[in-house]
Design a protein around this ligand. Sequence first.
Ligand code: CP3
Length: 351
Amino acid sequence: MPVTPPSTPDRSAYLLAARGEPVPHTPVWFMRQAGRALPEYRAVREGITMLESCMRPDLVVEITLQPVRRYGVDAAIYYSDIVLPLKAAGFGVEIKPGVGPVVADPIRDAAGVATVRPVTPSDVSFTTESVQQLVTELGGTPLIGFAGAPFTVASYLVEGGPSKDFAKTKAMMHGKPDLWHALADRLADVAIAYLAVQVEAGASAIQLFDSWAGGLSPRDYERFVLPHSAKVFEALKEYGVPRVHFGVNTGELLGLMSAAGADVVGVDWRVPLDEAVRRVGSKPLQGNLDPALLFTGWETIEPEIDRILAEGKAAPGHIFNLGHGVPPNADPEVLHRVAQYVQTKSAHVPA
Ligand code: CP3
């Protein structure tokens, strides 16, 4: 049963759930719903680098809309990347296919920190243009704007690329705390500037991705990361759009990530939503199907969705999602079925 969105995003299932209001059905979208799992994405990206594609409004609009068309999800997410605002402000970063962001000159000192500066609206005029066009084309389907949180972005800048242990980043935090705080403060300003451009152009909600925060102890998170993410949420408050906070492996950090100022907290698959609400406090939650299950059969997936929908009732609002991004080799047919099943099944379960 295809879901007919309302004429404006304000009464959409996604925004109602994000505000903790009664919903017609549990909204569903997928982190990284745009991307290599879709053949139409691979076709459009042919011969164009990831970051180049992010700066071309024609491609951004097409790629953002592809999963909305294909899956019938309840929200679109602006096609970009967490390092894009750095690139747009002249910082030396690329995205290596199959690897992730790589930095030519990793940041290790004050001179390095000084090379990081927030975007101005004119650096990202393509963002304004893309978001405005998307909002028009999407009608009643909300567009989620996003940015990388200071810690996750800093981890790429300090390590020089993806990392498993964040050893250099942690060495900076503990060994040169003033340098760390200066870097994280600049990255908070980068996120604020980029999110403000997206919201001013019409994005209905924002999500701050602190994907790798789960690598930190609660004590280090609270001391080195929380104040900077809190600055981002505080600065966005005036816009009145829901602010979502997400990270992977953050079971021990959920309370702190909520306290940083999120209106909605994203949960990976490791903590059931009824337990997550105890850790977060009474706030809407987003999550949390294990993406690995997409590779099992429907007979495994369906009861997991039922379980998640039931556990999600413990929260004042539930936005269904995966516990992390869509894997590049996921089957679009399975994702389509998941979206349809969530929408149909939740519409029949009394609130
Ligand atoms: O559909 C969406 O969710 C919107 C687009 C989106 C992308 N990156 C596009 C992208 C979003 C929200 C991001 C955020 C992002 N980027 C995060 C946080 C979310 C998360 O997954 O935890 C992180 C950690 C990054 C950094 C990054 N960029 C990685 C690790 C990679 C993957 C590298 C690879 O090739 O495996 C990227 C590249 C990237 N960002 C792709 C897409 C569609 C793939 C690039 C390609 O297709 O060539």
